[in-house]
Design a binder for this molecule. Sequence first.
Ligand code: MTE
Ligand code: MO
Length: 201
Amino acid sequence: MLNTMRIKRLPPGQSWVEEPMVYDIGPVPPARLEDYRLRLSGEVTKPIELDWSEVQALPRTHVRRDFHCVTTWSVRGIVWEGIPTRILIDRVSVAPDVRWVLVRCRDGYSTDVPIDAFARRDALLADRMNGSILAPEHGAPLRLVVPCLYAWKSAKYVEELEFLSERRPGFWEQRGYHDRGDPWREERFRANPRGTKEAGA
Ligand SMILES: Nc1nc2c(c(=O)[nH]1)N[C@H]1C(S)=C(S)[C@@H](COP(=O)(O)O)O[C@H]1N2
Ligand SMILES: [Mo]
């Protein structure tokens, strides 16, 4: 009885691993806090640019969430700390017809995230992971974490959040990966979502 009531924790097609594997499209860009800027742009009333001290002054949160990469590994219970995405949405007054957030990163990576997933209470811009300052290869100084989607949407080395009413596909989305990427629906690829095409993301 108890067993049948257990909530399934691992999304379909995934396997547990102990540590997240570092996945990067290129070399890890250096994190220089003195010239760090976070830009919030697009369809907003008040576009802003924040330096590192302004980022640090924002309200903070922490979450513990599983992390699912589309290449089929999942890591249990990573603790992320940082700024809730909702704070940033309020700060710039995002227009009501915004549907997507295009995230741009210092390594040239980008990803587009549906606004409902981006705005969830467990989504954040993290500067700490499992109790320590984010390691360079995990996205320092600041990475997006959207735990309800595959990990390719959790962009590292974030520089800009552009709020859009019309979708603009990011790096992996231009290469056939799913617009949304919900691991529970196995939204891996746009065509043939559960396909066996070799996963790069
Ligand atoms: N800027 C940037 N962010 C990125 C990537 C990348 O190549 N560049 N790779 C993505 C992919 S495919 C995954 S699985 C996760 C991996 O996070 P990790 O390297 O911290 O384990 O980062 C995502 N964010
Ligand atoms: Mo990934």
